[in-house]
Design a protein around this ligand. Structure first.
Ligand code: NDP
Length: 479
């Protein structure tokens, strides 16, 4: 049994209550370890440790911060295989995908290690009257809360800029996927990160996460997760005037015009629909296909999706693994029942799968639904599983209206070889991110986040460094 402990003030310890939660392997449904079931007293201890370390870390020269963060990146690289195995087992994702995510987790630290060295602030001159310069100081103690779908990838994406900009961090991964965060604590310790600079508290969102949001000394919250949780966090944090970055859900449109590069659009649509069992906030779950190629595109997509092998995440060649947890598995299956009730027709999947020898695991067949409209809940609510809905459209105006017809606005994909149309549609979509003729191509310098109910604020590049710092303007008279 793998027993995880909190990482507070540089040491590993059980929850103060000594309580634990069971940790499940989604591939088998079996318990294989435990995580601390921490509460507000553990969070209070973490905050006290962070406050003690804060001034020292803020004053640490940028080059020293760079060296430590870069060493963390090297530590992740050195343990890539071990981390990938752990992530796959904890989350249910195929091993090959977990390996890719470990590469990205190291890149996150490396990217923000260099940001620590490069970050600068502005000065504004007032024509001989005065000069303004803007200081950017760390906020102090900040909270980072991450979800279960891309565990270390998203955990590191928050922690790295928070540390690079001189803050001390209290971090909480999802209770469903805590193992790689715990392994990261060992890597950080070996890299020489001073005690108390990063504190990781494991447990439930409703206790640990809520205690972080409520703690008066935690001055900013960077949260990635569901829209309902984000709304609740905002309602608690906003009256305390905390800085908030909320990266929330999506119901992303994937728009395929008649003139697309057909092969590329098919292959990428298979990935953008079903990668990580569809549990990526950026997956395109509503696929709009222009009438002229609808039938042909549908038939090819169905044929390609039928080829996807679903099963043991650790087995070579498996493209779709297990759903992260039993509650989420039931939620996705509930949406499949609803889709039938709403008049949807399953072109593939539509049900659970029970691979031989893994009958206790949580598997769902990649599912393509036809026949839903934008009046149906399955087309407007985030399912966050291996489920897409395909729909025909006639005109550009029509598809823009359909694409924008949800409360979400995280990401969109557009397939067309008409350059002018690509620009026009990208401009008209209510979305924080638009990919044209590609998907999930990420430059870490670009702003990342959503509009409407998909979030508030942006991560990535300088956006994250600005979020994790407070600007102070100093105006000096020249007269
Ligand atoms: P949740 O909102 O359920 O949880 C996210 C995190 O918040 C978890 O660590 C959770 O802990 C914690 N949490 C839960 N309740 C509270 C609370 N009251 N106060 C503070 N923290 C709390 O999301 P999921 O983990 O289910 O993740 C899936 C969601 O994340 C999807 O909606 C997806 O779209 C979104 N997402 C958005 C991304 C983006 O960049 N926009 C990227 C990736 C995912 P615990 O798990 O222990 O309950």
């Amino acid at each position: 049994m793998l027993v995880l402990q909190n990482f507070i003030d540089g040491v590993w310890r059980d929850a103060n209550s000594r309580k634990t939660l069971e940790n499940f392997n989604p591939a088998t449904g079996a318990v294989y370890g435990s995580i601390p079931d921490s509460d507000s007293s553990d969070v209070a201890d973490a905050v006290a440790a962070a406050m003690k370390a804060q001034l020292g870390w803020a004053a640490t020269p940028a080059e020293q911060k760079f060296l430590i963060l870069n060493k963390i990146a090297e530590g992740i690289d050195a343990k890539r295989e071990e981390l990938a195995m752990a992530e796959s087992m904890d989350q249910g994702k195929p091993l090959w995908l977990a390996r890719n995510e470990m590469i990205r987790s190291a890149q996150n630290f490396r990217f923000y290690a260099t940001a620590a060295m490069q970050f600068a602030s502005e000065s504004h001159s007032m024509e001989g009257k005065a000069i303004n310069y803007t200081l950017r100081s760390p906020i102090g103690v900040v909270g980072c809360i991450s979800p279960w779908n891309l565990p270390l990838y998203l955990f590191s994406w928050k922690i790295a800029p928070a540390l690079a900009s001189g803050n001390c961090v209290i971090a909480k991964p999802s209770e469903f996927t805590s193992v790689t965060a715990w392994m990261l604590s060992q890597i950080c310790s070996e890299a020489g990160l001073p005690h108390g600079v990063l504190n990781i508290v494991f447990g439930l969102g409703g206790s640990v996460g809520a205690a972080m949001v409520e703690h008066p000394k935690v001055k900013a919250i960077s949260f990635t997760g569901g829209t309902v949780t984000g709304r609740h966090i905002a309602s608690v944090a906003a009256p305390m005037f905390k800085k908030l970055s909320l990266e929330l859900g999506g119901k992303n449109p994937n728009i395929v015009f008649d003139d697309c590069d057909f092969e590329k659009a098919i292959q990428t649509t298979v990935n953008s629909s079903f990668m990580n069992q569809g549990e990526i906030c950026l997956c395109g779950s509503r696929v709009f296909i222009q009438r002229g190629i609808y039938q042909q595109f549908k038939e090819r997509l169905v044929a390609e999706v039928r080829k996807l092998s679903v099963g043991n995440p650790l087995q070579e060649g498996v493209r779709v693994g297990a759903i992260v947890s039993e509650p989420h598995y039931k939620k996705v299956l509930g949406y499949l029942t609803l889709a039938s009730e709403e008049g949807g027709v399953f072109l593939t999947g539509g049900k659970a799968l029970h691979p031989e020898g893994l009958e206790g695991g949580w598997y769902i067949e990649p599912t393509i639904i036809e026949g839903l409209t934008m009046a149906n809940r399955c087309n407007t609510e985030e399912i966050f599983g291996p489920v897409i809905s395909i729909m025909p459209f006639e005109t550009e105006e029509e598809v823009i209206e359909l694409a924008n017809a949800t409360e979400y606005g995280l990401a969109a994909t557009v397939w067309t070889t008409d350059l002018t149309r690509a620009h026009r549609v990208a401009n008209a979509l209510e979305s924080g991110i638009v990919w044209v003729n590609c998907w999930l191509l990420r430059d870490l310098r670009t702003p990342f986040g959503g509009v409407k109910n998909s979030g508030v604020g942006r991560e990535g590049g300088w956006e994250a460094m600005r979020f994790f710092t407070e600007p102070k303007n100093v105006c000096i008279s020249l007269q």
